[in-house]
Write a protein that binds this ligand. Structure first.
Ligand code: HEM
Length: 423
């Protein structure tokens, strides 16, 4: 049992009733029974398994509280370098740069930078991108149709993996996406999404961030000379106005944007299609009533949240559910557990595209709520709509889904589908 009672602080949490480590193959295949057991054992647990020690929160109300309450700080990148004596300096550049990204900042830096970035996600800008995104979706699906000899295709490789990076590059104003973008983002995600990253994962993340920075430095130089109506040009203009403080702060936002919407969106598309096809009545209902699509995407985000947990640091000593939380300790609000909390959702383990119980915490909440949410919803709706129209008989070619190995980012590594069988 790796999640344990923390006996050194006077106040006594109830011990966990789990007889195995939290993260193992069973958990990665289906974390929800474990979340339920944790939630039923108590709202808060101490686990040594995550970053050398963290509080786990299991209830929807507590997860929301931590995301919204300034007593919990977003500055948490220190855990990446803490206790890494074996790798001196290896990660300090990585940590120093990424620590300046919006996701890891508190006020006053956070609202200053968020305001700059927000301008790039305005509804009129997203509307302007819509036809281009639609075109990329069509192009990717056409490619599947053109491979006549294929009986099945891997939806992740054909659509869910390439699409998000194409969309982000449209948003950032990158004309020629680099082959390496996906690999760089994956290296960052595999480090950030890992409770105990290996030395090799750390090295690769650092190398990819260096490569990413080099790429963005030349892009920024280009945008300084020839600005466009894109997010990177907005960041450059904000730097000139003093709203972005220096080149490193600028680079940090670019790297974060490239990474933030990549793995997450892939997982929404992959897990979403899988869930709908595993519940054929819901798939057929969507075909009959496509107006249910926006609510369906929200439900898919709740049912299998791509981001299963995020992190915060305790900014000031406080007591939560009888536990003494000390300044500096790490807290992991378990979004995946909150999304299945029966105190918040009726029948939480049932996929119901007509649920209509409001937005889940899949995009977070409070000051750091996902900036890409509207873009993601638009993109996902386009994909599901095209799939429903193009391949009404779409079906799973393999009943046993293959889930990835990162507990923070839940998603499929492959999703073999049959497009033509009954089309
Ligand atoms: C299914 C897709 C996505 C999911 C599930 C998702 C989820 C999240 C979550 C949970 C947070 C809050 C993290 C926290 O509070 O610690 C967040 C923040 C953020 N997301 Fe997303 N995201 C998605 C797609 C995107 C996309 C496409 C972009 C951009 C192109 C994006 C950009 C961001 C940014 C910039 C933040 C940081 C906001 C801040 O710190 O103020 N996300 N996202």
């Amino acid at each position: 049992m790796s999640a344990a009672n923390r006996g050194d602080r006077g106040a006594e949490p109830r011990p966990l009733a789990l007889a195995r480590p939290l993260v193992d193959a069973v958990f990665l295949a289906n974390p929800y029974p474990t979340y339920r057991a944790l939630r039923e054992a108590g709202p808060i647990h101490w686990s040594e398994e995550f970053f050398g020690g963290a509080w786990l929160l299991t209830r929807h109300a507590d997860v929301e509280l931590v995301l919204r309450d300034p007593r919990f700080s977003a500055q948490r990148t220190g855990t990446w370098v803490k206790g890494r004596e074996g790798a001196p300096g290896e990660l300090s550049g990585f940590q120093q740069l990424f620590a300046r990204a919006l996701l890891f900042l508190d006020a006053p830096d956070h609202p200053r930078i968020r305001k700059v970035l927000n301008a790039g996600f305005r509804p009129d800008i997203l509307q302007g991108l819509a036809p281009h995104i639609e075109q990329v979706v069509t192009e990717l699906l056409d490619r599947v149709d053109q491979v006549e000899h294929l009986d099945t295709f891997d939806f992740i490789e054909a659509v869910a993996r390439p699409l998000p990076v194409r969309v982000i590059t449209l948003l950032l104003g990158i004309e020629r996406p680099q082959e390496d973008f996906m690999a760089w983002s994956e290296d960052l995600a595999s480090f950030i999404g890992e409770p105990r990253p290996s030395r090799d994962q750390a090295r690769r993340a650092q190398a990819s961030l260096v490569a990413m920075s080099r790429y963005f430095e030349s892009l920024l130089a280009l945008k300084r000379q020839t600005p466009g109506d894109d997010l990177v040009s907005r960041l450059v203009a904000a730097e000139a106005r003093g709203e972005i403080h220096d080149g490193a702060e600028l680079l940090a936002q670019c790297a974060m944007l490239l990474f933030a919407g990549h793995e997450t969106t892939r997982h929404l598309l992959g897990s979403g299609v899988q869930a709908l096809l595993a519940h054929p009545a819901q798939w057929q209902r969507l075909q009959r009533e496509p107006e249910l699509l926006p609510g369906a995407v929200r439900e898919l985000l709740r049912f299998d949240s791509p981001v299963q947990y995020t992190g915060r640091r305790v900014a000031t000593d406080l007591v939560l559910h009888g536990q003494q939380l000390r300044r500096g300790e790490l807290v992991l609000p378990l979004i995946g557990a909150a999304s299945r909390d029966p105190a918040r959702y009726r029948d939480p383990d049932t996929l119901d595209i007509t649920r209509g119980q409001g937005a889940s915490l899949a995009f977070g909440s409070g000051p750091h709520v996902c900036m890409g949410a509207a873009l993601t919803l638009m993109e996902a709706q386009m994909v599901f709509w095209q799939l429903l129209k193009r391949w009404p008989g779409l079906s799973l070619a393999d009943a046993a889904p293959r889930w990835g190995d990162k507990p923070a980012y839940r998603g499929l590594v492959a999703l073999p589908l049959r497009s033509r069988a009954s089309a």
